[in-house]
Design a protein around this ligand. Structure first.
Ligand SMILES: NC(=O)c1ccc[n+]([C@@H]2O[C@H](COP(=O)([O-])OP(=O)(O)OC[C@H]3O[C@@H](n4cnc5c(N)ncnc54)[C@H](OP(=O)(O)O)[C@@H]3O)[C@@H](O)[C@H]2O)c1
Length: 417
């Protein structure tokens, strides 16, 4: 293992977590040196000892280092910093999925041009192995599907809501524990998981990174009663990101789903992430582990640093073929079964009206449940549908909106893993 001179940029949750693992770690790190930290201000949670501090993070790239570890988050400044480091002949390790999703192709090409390496294991599922594993260990396999719970904060919120906690209280707790992204709206609105599935899709299907115009939906509208109704049918609510090959191209999406409680992903609680890979040689294959937090992310960052210090001239990972543009299937052409939650006025004929609107789009009902009156006098109606095209479901939902006796509607797609 060669000596590694490291510069860390950013001094938040992940950077301080990495620092603590490296300075307090085992003999493996004895040959590594943290030369400097780019921190625009001190962090009361971590004392960097006598390590050189640079208030201008861009100065880190000018130091005598082998690798710059980018941990500032965000897109444009991070891209500028990584670009400077690569052009200065430094390797880069980053946990930043947003910058890899938005600019990965350009940055990887720049790394190749400068004969340095860009590694990003922690960008997906923090330290739970996925990136180098897909790029190296699964090369012999044809992968037909990657389905993952890829956001630790979202799973932390949903599994706590399943136990009865409120959405707002759990989101606050996730932020305090350092699980949430610098901007937590990216966690809860599905964007963070979308970035990750985009990166995994490129690696799994050996193609360029997709544009962000695929179906992305967050967990903001999930309520405790959704868990109650799901539970009646042995289902639970999770946030899932899926990349799947079908006859027409790649299906890519990031949204809440109802899953059977017997599925392996449904059993993952708290910040645990999990990915199911469908492969030709290994069959169905799973990884699961902590997908957020400073320790887990440090684990992934250190695996990249270790790969760098061991790989000599060769690259520890195979990058996808960016010249192959991914052909994404239209979301409206996909088929799902749905959970539909409606809040309606307690009036005769409303159920018949709902049935007529859905039947007009050829939507059959598997189960229909009318619940007790709510405090506001309205009545919840819960429907589980047969499989139907997404575009037909959207037309039906639009049709419901034209009737004042139907007050609210919400759907959650049911996923058969
Ligand atoms: N948290 C997790 O569990 C987790 C897991 C996997 C990957 N990641 C990724 O790791 C990265 C860091 O996340 P984090 O949770 O450590 O975020 P964080 O706690 O908000 O830390 C970000 C750090 O970067 C600094 N920074 C941000 N913009 C800067 C700029 N323009 N110039 C100088 N410094 C700047 C911040 O300084 P100030 O304090 O002054 O704002 C802070 O020190 C992100 O890319 C994130 O996606 C996080």
């Amino acid at each position: 293992m060669t000596k590694l001179k490291i510069g860390i940029c950013g001094w938040g949750n992940v950077a301080t977590g990495l620092y603590e693992q490296l300075v307090g770690g085992e003999e493996i790190y004895a040959n590594w040196d943290i030369c400097c930290i780019g921190a625009r201000r001190d962090n009361p949670k971590c004392n960097p000892g006598s390590t050189k501090i640079l208030r201008d993070i861009f100065k880190v790239a000018e130091e005598d280092i082998d690798v710059l570890v980018e941990l500032i988050g965000g897109v444009e400044t991070a891209k500028e910093l990584i670009t400077l480091a690569l052009n200065s002949g430094k390797h880069v390790v980053t946990a930043n999925k947003a910058v890899i999703f938005e600019h990965g192709e350009e940055l990887i090409n720049l790394a190749k041009k400068n004969n340095v390496k860009l590694l990003f294991e922690s960008a997906v599922c923090a330290g739970t192995p996925s990136i180098k594993m897909l790029s190296n260990d699964l090369t012999a396999n044809k992968i037909s599907k990657v389905a993952g719970m890829l956001n630790g904060t979202t799973n932390f919120i949903l599994s706590s809501m399943e136990e009865g906690a409120s959405y707002e209280a759990v989101l606050k707790e996730a932020q305090e524990k350092g699980y949430a992204e610098p901007d937590p709206s990216l966690d809860v609105n599905g964007t963070d998981a979308a970035h990750k599935i985009g990166i995994l899709a490129a690696l799994a299907f050996n193609s360029g990174l997709p544009a962000s115009n695929f179906h992305i939906e967050g967990i903001e509208n999930i309520q405790s009663e959704d868990f109650t109704y799901a539970n009646e049918f042995h289902l639970t609510v999770k946030h899932l990101a899926v990349a799947k090959l079908n006859d027409h191209g790649i299906e890519l999406r990031s949204h809440p789903v109802m899953l059977s409680k017997d599925s392996s992903l449904a059993g993952l609680k708290g910040v645990r992430n999990g990915i199911q890979f469908d492969t030709d040689l290994l069959g169905e294959f799973h990884v699961a582990g902590s997908g957020a937090g400073r320790e887990s992310t440090a684990s992934g960052l250190i695996s990249d640093l270790y790969a760098l210090s061991n790989s000599g001239e060769s690259n520890p990972m195979q990058y996808p073929d960016f010249s192959k543009k991914p052909n994404l299937v239209k979301f409206e052409d996909l088929i799902f079964k749905y959970y539909v939650y409606l809040e309606v006025k307690d009036e005769p004929g409303v159920l018949a009206l709902i049935s007529k609107i859905f039947a007009g789009q050829g939507i059959g009902f598997d189960k229909v449940i009318q619940k007790d009156q709510l405090d506001n006098g309205n009545v919840p109606v819960v429907i589980f549908t047969d499989p139907i095209l997404e575009k037909d479901m959207q037309i039906a939902l639009q049709g419901l909106k034209n009737h004042p006796e139907i007050l609210n509607s919400k759907i959650i797609r049911i996923e058969d893993l």
